[in-house]
Design a protein around this ligand. Structure first.
Ligand code: ITT
Length: 194
């Protein structure tokens, strides 16, 4: 029941590890393998690219997540390009850039949504795909030290704290990844992947 976690993003690793614990799968860290370029046009394509490549190279089932933030006033940017928004290298630089873009656009609409697509790929080529979304708003400035990526700027709908102010456990039921993982957990209640 070994499954490779096909991500090198520390924040995702923390969230997957916490959420998948009840399944009792042994999560294998991403070995030193060649990750394919993420050149798909959709989260689904990119998640499948990552999960399939790792499953084929390791001979084990592999789970990958492709995700992004879609900002209404920026017509859905950065979307699938969230990890390299504006060519900025770090989370903090991308957060600063996002705030600049919203200021330049004189955006009154601060609404946005996070999207996560999780693909579980098997060495025989079989794929399972799960999608989750989280609507919310973008703050005027960062709040909180937790989470990763755009978390300090994002307040999920119906809440008053940002993802950056929440623990992994608090973020999960409200987040895109937590929702996609919920569907995966439901589908695997009766045992691990073979
Ligand atoms: P892997 O491909 O190794 O999984 P990555 O960070 O490159 O890692 P993505 O291509 O899916 O992953 O990029 C998604 C980006 O969207 C991520 O780097 C964050 O900037 C942002 N993001 C996704 N989910 C997020 C979350 O829950 N909280 C904050 N930012 C998130």
């Amino acid at each position: 029941n070994r499954v490779v976690l096909a991500t090198s993003n520390e924040g995702k690793i923390r969230e997957f590890t916490e959420a998948l614990a009840p399944l009792g799968w042994t999560l294998v860290p991403l070995p030193r393998v060649t990750m394919p370029p993420e050149d798909g046009a959709t989260y689904e394509e990119n998640a499948a690219l990552k999960a399939c490549a790792i499953s084929l190279q390791t001979g084990l089932p592999a789970i990958a997540d492709d995700s992004g933030l879609e900002v209404t006033a920026l017509r859905g940017e950065p979307g699938v390009y969230s990890a390299r928004f504006g060519g900025r290298k770090t989370d903090v630089e991308r957060n600063v850039y996002l705030l600049e873009r919203l200021r330049d656009a004189k955006a009154k609409d601060r609404s946005a949504k996070f999207v996560s697509v999780i693909v579980l790929a098997y060495p025989d080529g079989h794929l399972e795909t799960y999608r989750g979304e989280a609507p919310g708003v973008i703050l005027e400035g960062p709040r909180g030290e937790g989470g990763f990526g755009y978390d300090p700027l994002f307040v999920p709908a119906g809440n008053d704290r940002s993802f950056g102010e929440m623990s992994v456990e608090e973020k999960r039921p409200l987040s895109h990844r937590g929702r996609a993982l919920g569907a995966l957990l439901d589908a695997h209640k009766n045992g691990p992947p073979e």
